[in-house]
Design a protein around this ligand. Structure first.
Ligand code: ATP
Ligand code: MG
Ligand code: MG
Ligand code: MG
Length: 354
């Protein structure tokens, strides 16, 4: 009998639309001959409120590519899963951002005792939170920018200490610019570049509207390069890719407006630098206890040859045009093969008791 693959997409996050596009691409890959012979795809769309929809409705969302409109739901509805969920042999969650990439869904799937693609609870949670991620990277000896962690309450609830907080940040990070980010997001949502004290104040206030935890980083001027990792405990790294764009930084608009960003795969880099990046990508993957897949983002400072790790994404964008599958295609693993490999890795990990 064919293995029943539960494709989970959509999700209660700002990256809902991206997830629908990723879900469509994976459904298409699962329908390719070599995969269709082994796998039956059962899609489950999670709407923006967090409700799970039947495979029938989910197929309509996959076909149209359009998110379903939602208008409030009861707490009980969040615990009503379509009956087909009970028959799934392996889950393929392709949910980006909070409530999908952060360990929450992974906890639910672990409780179901069914194998699933990607990192477990720990790897997902550590990989999502930029402050915990950087703590793990530092422990693994990976070079990164200086940063300061701040909480929403420090920004909002005590006006008297706010100037002191900004003084402390400036004392620790030195010259502007800084990058101010919500700790648990993706797609550059809520991120601002601050060039002055006034901009820092606005940026902190803005980031605090997205997350309780905020990170402020020293800004670097560097090339942006990324590496894809595939595997479990013996994971492998892909060729390195580079992103270039004309905007001030790789913000949401640049990421999702056609023609604004350019991918070079493989990146034009000295062989030694590419090798160092690949080695660092695997170390980062192990440092957060990731599994299955991850995309690791770096800054390459050409003038000094320095490579700084920026972040890991444990459920990276997975559309046909996304960096992750393109890096593997350039490394000899086609999109349909990649999907097959990820399912096998999920089964392997589950077989090992996790
Ligand atoms: P993703 O969509 O890759 O998950 P994200 O929302 O997690 O993105 P980051 O990758 O941390 O956000 O940052 C987004 C972009 O902001 C980077 O690609 C880069 O262009 C810019 N950026 C972030 N941090 C810095 C920094 N410290 N110095 C210079 N540029 C930065
Ligand atoms: Mg990210
Ligand atoms: Mg992300
Ligand atoms: Mg990034």
């Amino acid at each position: 009998a064919k293995l029943r693959v539960g494709l989970l997409f959509g999700g209660r996050s700002g990256e809902h639309e991206v997830s629908i596009v990723s879900g469509r691409a994976i459904a298409r890959a699962l329908a390719e001959e070599s995969n269709a012979a082994q796998y039956e795809t059962i899609p489950f769309y999670i709407d923006k409120e967090g409700c799970w929809h039947s495979p029938e409705v989910s197929r309509q969302v996959l076909d149209s590519g359009e998110a379903l409109a939602v208008q409030g739901i009861s707490a009980a509805a969040l615990w009503q899963f379509p009956p087909e969920t009970a028959s799934i042999d392996v889950w393929f969650p392709i949910l980006h951002g909070p409530n999908g990439e952060d360990g929450t869904i992974q906890g639910l799937l672990s409780l179901m005792r069914v194998p699933f693609v990607g990192s477990g609870v720990l790897g997902s949670a550590v990989g999502m939170d930029k402050l915990m991620m950087k703590t793990a990277f530092a422990e693994a000896g990976l070079a990164q920018v200086n940063y300061v962690g701040v909480t929403r309450s420090q920004i909002w609830s005590n006006p008297c200490v706010f100037p002191t907080l900004c003084d402390d940040i400036e004392a620790q990070l030195g010259n502007y610019p800084y990058f101010v980010k919500p700790a648990n997001l993706g797609s550059s949502v809520g991120i601002s570049k601050a060039r002055s004290r006034a901009e820092l104040e606005t940026a902190l206030d803005n980031a605090a509207s997205y997350d309780r935890r905020i990170i402020v980083e020293a800004g670097v001027t560097a090339r942006e390069v990324e590496c894809a990792v595939l595997g479990n405990d013996r994971a492998q790294a892909s060729v390195v890719g580079e992103i270039s764009f004309n905007s001030d930084f790789y913000d949401y608009e640049t990421k999702y407006t056609d023609g604004r960003a350019n991918l070079a795969i493989p990146a034009e880099l000295p062989a030694e630098v590419a090798e160092r990046l690949r080695e660092m990508a695997i170390r980062a993957f192990l440092a957060v206890d990731a599994a299955g897949l991850s995309r690791v983002d770096f800054f390459y400072v050409e003038a000094t040859g320095e490579v700084l790790i920026n972040e890991i994404n444990t459920l990276p964008g997975f559309t046909a045009l996304s960096m992750y599958p393109q890096l593997w295609a350039a490394s000899g693993v086609s999109f349909p093969q990649l999907v097959d490999r990820l399912i096998r890795l999920a089964l392997e990990r589950h077989g090992e008791g996790l």
